[in-house]
Ligand binder design. Structure first.
Ligand SMILES: Cc1cc2nc3c(=O)[nH]c(=O)nc-3n(C[C@H](O)[C@H](O)[C@H](O)COP(=O)(O)OP(=O)(O)OC[C@H]3O[C@@H](n4cnc5c(N)ncnc54)[C@H](O)[C@@H]3O)c2cc1C
Length: 298
């Protein structure tokens, strides 16, 4: 995500400072050495401090150190919580879940974000002279390429506030959940697969073809597949080389999460389904039938 933020920052045409919040900057050196980065500022955040508590303080130190007028953060729970705290404390502009960034003719920052469940895009202009925190949706900008190292400054934090929270336990997500954001090939299933009992068939088809299994939201809401597998506006944004949509109608909220795939194949019995407007290849056949072939022994 750090590399995606750098690409987004480059579109604004100002010097780029990467802020690193880490216990040990050596651990995150890849985030610093990216094309287009002018320098990096490292604020030490002990890894045993909960982020919700430590990040607002560290990000405020970054803003003070750099005097930045635009701070880009990934749209994650931790960053959103910290950004809201700082924006309220310092009376800054805050835009979350941004999917586009630009400069207006007068040089002010213009941010695009989806509204009304993804049916419209709102373009928001930050008033001149106001510093803005912008949370960017992961997976929208391509990552910046690696580069040679850049100057690194270390910032000592002024006395950190006394800890009021502590980490009790860190729980890993269910082991079965693939990280779809890194998948090269995704088979995604929707309501058109008909029955929960067909899910293992698609799992097997995906396994045999080296694909990760994704899903539309209704299947996740029904509990047929775990939440990390949901593709779309309220799930993950994916960019695989190949995305095969089985029995998915292609609602805007689903398309928002997968329209960046290099090749989209849609398998849907309804030739008028909107998914075919986004697909490169169309198959108007029964999704379960296709899965049976893919899962069968050759
Ligand atoms: C705020 C908000 C956020 C949302 N976020 C998401 C999100 O992140 N991800 C998401 O997916 N949705 C999201 N949705 C829901 C979205 O609007 C759609 O309702 C959902 O994507 C539809 O899922 P589907 O395509 O599986 O089902 P349906 O729309 O019911 O489509 C099923 C498709 O299967 C086809 N079909 C039926 N039988 C067969 C068969 N035998 N073989 C092949 N095809 C067949 C049908 O022709 C149909 O096109 C969101 C909605 C809202 C309001």
């Amino acid at each position: 995500v750090a590399a995606e933020l750098v690409t987004a920052a480059r579109s604004l045409g100002a010097p780029i400072v990467v802020g690193v919040l880490a216990d040990d900057a050596g651990d995150v050196v890849d985030a610093i050495e990216l094309e287009g980065v002018d320098r990096a500022v490292v604020v030490r955040v002990p890894s045993d401090r909960p982020r919700a508590e430590a990040w607002p303080h560290a990000i405020a130190a970054l803003l003070d150190q750099t005097g930045a007028m635009t701070l880009l953060l990934p749209f994650s729970w931790d960053a959103a919580a910290a950004a809201a705290t700082i924006a309220a404390d310092r009376d800054l502009a805050l835009v979350s879940d941004a999917v586009g960034l630009a400069r207006s003719a007068t040089g002010s920052l213009v941010v695009e974000r989806a509204v009304y469940g993804g049916k419209l895009l709102a373009r928001l202009e930050v008033a001149p002279g106001i510093a803005a925190l912008v949370l960017l949706r992961p997976g929208v900008w391509p990552p910046a390429a690696a580069a040679t190292s850049c100057p690194v400054e270390n910032v000592a934090l002024n006395a950190a506030p006394a800890a009021r929270m502590r980490t009790v336990e860190v729980l890993a997500p269910a082991a079965s959940a693939d990280d779809l954001t890194r998948a090269d090939v995704i088979f995604a299933v929707g309501r058109g697969i008909g029955d929960r009992e067909n899910v293992p068939l698609f799992m097997e088809a995906a396994r045999r073809c080296g694909a990760s299994l994704g899903a539309s939201r209704p299947l996740v809401d029904l509990g047929w597949l775990p939440r990390p597998q949901q593709v779309g506006q309220s799930g993950v944004t994916v960019k695989p080389r190949l995305y095969v949509a089985f029995g998915i109608s292609g609602a805007l909220q689903h398309l928002a999460g997968m329209k960046g795939a290099r090749t989209i194949v849609a398998v849907n019995t309804d030739p008028d389904a909107p998914i075919f407007d986004a697909a490169h290849l169309a198959s108007y056949v029964d999704a379960v039938e296709v899965a049976r072939h893919l899962a069968a022994d050759p």
